[in-house]
Structure formats: structure tokens, C-alpha cells
Design a protein around this ligand. Structure first.
Ligand code: ADP
Length: 437
């Protein structure tokens, strides 16, 4: 008779039964050949012992498994409670919406408050109806359909009560329970935005005050500048009168004198117009402009100061420059500030060594404008503090000129760069965005 303990190989039964020490491992075939009855009894015994052991073992295994599952479930519940508490009380507005139809599946208290719905969850609403308009719709759309589906954008949220909030929104497309959802976290940056606007307004006020102050300081030179065309006007007028009402009458002389009067009067009114325009308050307004011509106008503004201080001011302007997209008055203010600094820096030089060069040249970055003097240059210690507001080495300096210049240049997407070898003057330059670039 073929001896098989049930369908189980004997050695497995031996292993299980071996727990109670009732059986010694061996070959079932050998035992069956020698003692068939013992084998039969043993088989019954082995079977029962095996069933018992297996049952106990299975029971123990099941209980262990049940304990493990209970622990995992408890841990999961704790963890879910923890994350829900974090999500619901987070100071960041959290929203989860289905991508397919925009339906909001979850919104936390901050999101509800931010959307002007304190206490009422946004669940079930369409995320597109909340009134959020990204600053850059195209970028937002690209990020949403893009492969990694992640990104950030700034935008406005218009509330039903007419209030408008500025938001910084981070978003991520994820798969959740078989659905593609959009997880968004938004931060209210309205306050920051207002503060930045206040700073911008203050900067513009400061820039205006600085222009007025510069003009105030240059008033004496202006009076001098204006006195020239005015003197010419009166001299020419006298000449004209003499020519018209002779002793020896000459109509050609009268005409020349009248033409000169017109020219000089125009020049005087041009000086006044430029000055008024320069000190007028204005909002930043970028327009396509001829950089050389705005430099010529700025140079006219400082010519009086340069003459007064015996500075030889030269313009080296590249020809055929493309137009630049700039705020004309602001760029003139930069040039006037830099040129005045250069003129002041050279006051200790011999009068023959006071040279100021304002130049333009085209470059791949745009139109490079540079203002270079032959003064003492800038030491490394001063250089580190040069653009700090209110830093000045002058007894009557305000120390805001260069910081204003830098803000203006940066508002034009450029950098104000300084280079100077002490003893060999200083050069300030920046590249204005050209329309051809
Ligand atoms: P302020 O002219 O009122 O001092 P600025 O901000 O225009 O204020 O300049 C800050 C300081 O930078 C000046 O006091 C001066 O020490 C230094 N500086 C600016 N331009 C030059 C220059 N071209 N050469 C040497 N030093 C300069």
C-alpha cells in the first residue's frame, strides 16, 4: 500500500508535528515498508496532530495578521486625522478640483475665507467660477496641459462684493482615486502687493524730489544759461530797431537781427520747456525713443553746471541707433545724476583734466549708454556702499542719486554697472532695451 499522509508529504507533517515532539523525522516510505500498521495509526495521529497544529498555526497567523491590520488601520486613521487637521487649518488656501469639469472636491477653511465664503465650503462649485484670473493666462494654460502639470502663477481674484485680492497660486496635477485632479495652494499676497506699490510710489516721489532738488541746485547755472539767449534777444532787438529806423537804413541787417531774435527766443523757451518737463511729476511711461536725442537734451540741462565747473563735456554718440523703449524723463534723470556726480568728482582735478564723456553704442544687449569721468575714481570700500540709499561722501550730499539711478535702470530691465580704477576716473554704464533686439 502506497503510504502518503493525506496529500501532504510526510516531511511537512513531521515538521508540524515535531512541535509536540511526537514524531521523529524520517522517510515515510521506509517506515511504511517495515511497520504498515504503525504507519496507519501514526498516519491517523499525524493527520490529527497536523490538523491541530495547522489550525493553531493558522489561528496564530490570522491573529497576528488581524493585529497588524488593526494597528495599520489605527495608524492610517491617525495619519488621516492629522493630515486633515493640517489641511483644514493651514494658513494657505488649499483646493482640490477635478480637472475634467473643474468641480471642487475639497477646500479648506482658508480657501473658503479667501473666496469670501466664510464657513461655507466650496465643494461642488466649479473652480472656474471662483473669479481667479492669472496674470499670464497662457503660462497657466501651458502648465496645466503640460506633461508635469505643475507650476505657479500670480493673479487676481475678484470677489462678489467687488473686493479684489492678489494671489500667488501653486498647482499640481495628480491622479487621485482614478481621477485627474488639480491640487492648488494659494497665498494671499494682497498686502505684499500693496506694500510694493507703496514702495514704488515712494520711489517715484523720491525720484521726483531728487529731480526738483537737482534743478534747484542748478538754478544759478540756469539763470546764467538763460541770460545768454535773453541778452542776445535784446541786443538783436536793438540792432533790429537801429536797422529799421536808420540814419543809414539797411533792411537786410534788420531781417538778420529779427531772425536771430527768433532763434534766441526759441532757445530760451526750449531751455525752460526742458527744465519744466524734467521736474514735472509723471507716471512711468515707456515709449519708443531716440536715445541720442534724449542724451542731447539731458546734456543741455547740465551744460551750465559743466561750464561753471570748467568741465569739458563731450558726447560720443553712435550713429544709426535703433529706437529704445524707455521712459525718457527717467533716463534723462539717470544721465543728469551720473554726469553731475562725475562733474562733482572732478572738482579736485586740474581744470585741464576735467573731462566728461557721455557715449552710446549698439550691443547685443541693447543700446549701451555710458557716462565716464576723469576724476579720482572710486575706492573698493566706497564701491561696496555706492548704491546704498543715503550713502554720501559729500558734505551736502543726499546720497540718493545712485540708488534712484539703479532703480530706474532696473525698471528698464537693465543693470547699472560701475567700473573704476582708482585715480583713473569712473565709468557708469547700462544697456537700454532696443526695439530692434
Ligand atoms: P550724492 O551725490 O548725494 O553723494 P549719490 O548716490 O549720487 O549721492 O552718490 C553716492 C556717493 O558715490 C557719492 O557721495 C560719491 O562718494 C560716490 N560717487 C558717485 N559717483 C562718483 C564718481 N563719478 N566718482 C567718484 N565717486 C562717485
Amino acid at each position: 500500500m502506497k503510504s502518503v499522509v493525506g496529500n501532504f508529504p510526510l516531511k511537512f507533517a513531521v515538521i508540524y508535528a515535531g512541535f509536540s515532539g511526537l514524531w521523529i523525522a524520517g522517510s515515510d516510505q521506509v517506515v511504511q515498508l517495515l511497520f504498515p500498521e504503525i504507519v496507519s495509526t501514526a498516519q491517523t495521529f499525524k493527520g490529527s496532530a497536523f490538523v491541530l497544529c495547522t489550525t493553531v498555526l493558522l489561528f496564530l497567523l490570522l491573529r497576528g495578521e488581524l493585529n497588524r491590520r488593526t494597528k495599520i488601520e489605527t495608524r492610517l486613521r491617525d495619519s488621516e486625522r492629522k493630515f486633515r487637521a493640517i489641511a483644514e487649518t493651514a494658513p494657505v488656501a488649499l483646493l482640490i478640483a477635478r480637472l475634467r469639469d473643474g468641480v471642487i472636491l475639497f477646500s479648506n477653511a482658508t480657501a473658503n475665507g479667501l473666496c469670501g465664503r466664510d464657513g461655507t465650503p466650496l465643494d461642488g462649485l466649479d473652480i472656474r467660477d471662483l473669479g481667479f484670473v492669472p496674470n499670464d493666462r497662457e503660462e497657466w494654460r501651458r502648465a496645466l496641459i503640460g506633461r508635469n502639470g505643475t507650476g505657479q502663477t500670480e493673479g487676481r481674484l475678484s470677489l462678489a462684493n467687488g473686493e479684489e485680492r492678489r494671489l500667488l497660486v501653486f498647482f499640481q496635477k495628480v491622479r487621485l482615486a482614478g481621477e485627474t485632479v488639480l491640487v492648488t495652494a494659494a497665498v494671499d499676497i494682497s498686502e505684499r502687493h500693496r506694500a510694493a506699490e507703496t514702495v514704488r510710489n515712494l520711489q517715484s516721489e523720491l525720484a521726483h524730489a531728487s529731480r526738483v532738488s537737482a534743478m534747484g541746485e542748478m538754478a544759478a547755472q540756469f539763470a546764467h544759461e538763460l541770460s545768454q539767449p535773453l541778452t542776445a534777444i535784446s541786443t538783436c532787438a536793438e540792432g533790429g530797431v537801429d536797422a529799421l529806423f536808420p540814419p543809414g537804413r539797411n533792411p537786410d541787417n534788420a531781417l538778420t537781427a529779427l531772425r536771430l531774435i527768433v532763434t534766441q527766443a526759441k532757445r530760451a523757451s526750449e531751455i525752460i520747456r526742458r527744465t519744466r518737463k524734467f521736474i514735472q511729476k509723471h507716471e512711468q511711461e515707456k515709449v519708443p525713443a531716440d536715445v541720442n536725442s534724449l542724451i542731447r537734451d539731458a546734456a543741455e540741462l547740465i551744460q551750465g553746471e559743466a561750464n561753471h565747473r570748467n568741465v569739458d563735456m563731450r558726447l560720443r554718440l553712435a550713429e544709426l541707433l535703433p529706437a529704445a523703449f524707455v521712459d525718457v524723463v527717467q533716463i534723462q534723470q539717470v544721465i543728469v545724476n551720473l554726469a553731475r556726480n562725475g562733474i562733482e568728482a572732478m572738482s579736485g582735478n586740474e581744470p585741464t583734466r576735467r573731462q566728461l564723456v557721455i557715449s552710446t553704442e549698439p550691443s547685443p544687449d541693447g543700446i549701451v549708454v555710458s557716462v565716464e569721468d576723469s576724476g579720482p575714481g572710486i575706492s573698493p570700500e566706497i564701491r561696496t556702499r555706492l548704491f546704498e540709499p543715503f550713502f554720501s561722501t559729500k558734505s551736502d550730499g543726499l546720497g540718493i542719486g545712485l540708488s534712484i539711478c539703479r532703480s530706474i535702470v532696473e525698471a528698464h530691465g537693465a543693470h547699472l554697472v560701475v567700473s573704476s580704477a582708482p585715480g583713473h576716473g569712473a565709468q557708469f554704464r547700462f544697456a537700454l532695451p532696443s526695439l530692434a533686439a
